[in-house]
Write a protein that binds this ligand. Structure first.
Ligand SMILES: Cc1cc2nc3c(=O)[nH]c(=O)nc-3n(C[C@H](O)[C@H](O)[C@H](O)COP(=O)(O)O)c2cc1C
Length: 195
């Protein structure tokens, strides 16, 4: 409960590295998450140093490309992704999160069972990511969960040489800010007892 209440999205990091054993501990927490039909559809790629810069340059170019392609109403989303990219550049570690059963979100050939499977796999990966964020909080490591990689999905998966779905990323590092809690809906707004 302490980690649940203390966790914040951290968007300003110190330059200190996180050692590989610590990262293994975080991913171990992710490994223990529940998953639909126990499919465990997650894979985590850890980027740091020069390789992280190359990855983020690919994302940058992908976002530039997206700006020229998306309809006018989607442009603020891409601009927001540019802001997320700036935050990612400041993090010593970027964890790329893959859905090993998923494929490009831009394909349209999924039938109803395929869509249900994909929703369940996304939920499972969400549970795994949350375990990682909570373990990180417990160890004094700051994280922010990132979905804005979707705007550069195709260039990124091509760079990663994978057919898996890139479902997101986690930027992590030792925190260089102490954000206040962002507002939450009240318990009464989200809870209903039905009998
Ligand atoms: C699925 C998901 C995607 C998110 N994507 C981004 C993102 O791309 N960029 C970003 O800065 N924050 C992102 N966030 C962080 C949210 O903005 C943040 O969790 C929310 O505002 C609540 O703040 P807190 O995490 O400090 O409690 C994401 C969070 C989730 C759960």
């Amino acid at each position: 409960m302490d980690a649940i209440f203390e966790r914040r999205s951290i968007r300003k990091f110190k330059t200190d590295k996180i050692d590989n054993d610590t990262i293994r501990e975080l991913i171990e927490a992710g490994r223990m998450a529940p998953s639909a039909k126990n499919r465990q559809p997650w894979k985590y790629l850890i980027f740091s140093g020069a390789k992280k810069e190359v990855l983020l340059n690919v994302m940058d170019q992908g976002l530039d490309q997206a700006l020229t392609m998306v309809p006018e109403q989607a442009k603020p989303g891409v601009t927001d992704a540019k802001n997320t990219l700036r935050i990612m550049r400041g993090a010593p570690v970027i964890v790329i999160v893959l859905n090993t059963n998923g494929r490009s979100p831009f394909r349209s050939e999924l039938d109803i069972f395929g869509r249900i499977t994909e929703i369940c796999d996304s939920l499972s990966i969400g549970a795994s990511i949350e375990n990682i964020l909570l373990k990180a909080t417990e160890k004094g490591i700051g994280t922010v969960w990132i979905a804005n990689t979707f705007f550069a999905h195709e260039p990124l998966v091509s760079f990663l040489k994978t057919d898996d779905q890139l479902i997101g990323a986690i930027a992590m590092g030792y925190p260089d800010e102490v954000p206040v809690m962002r507002p939450r809906k009240s318990l009464d707004d989200i809870l209903e007892f039905i009998d």
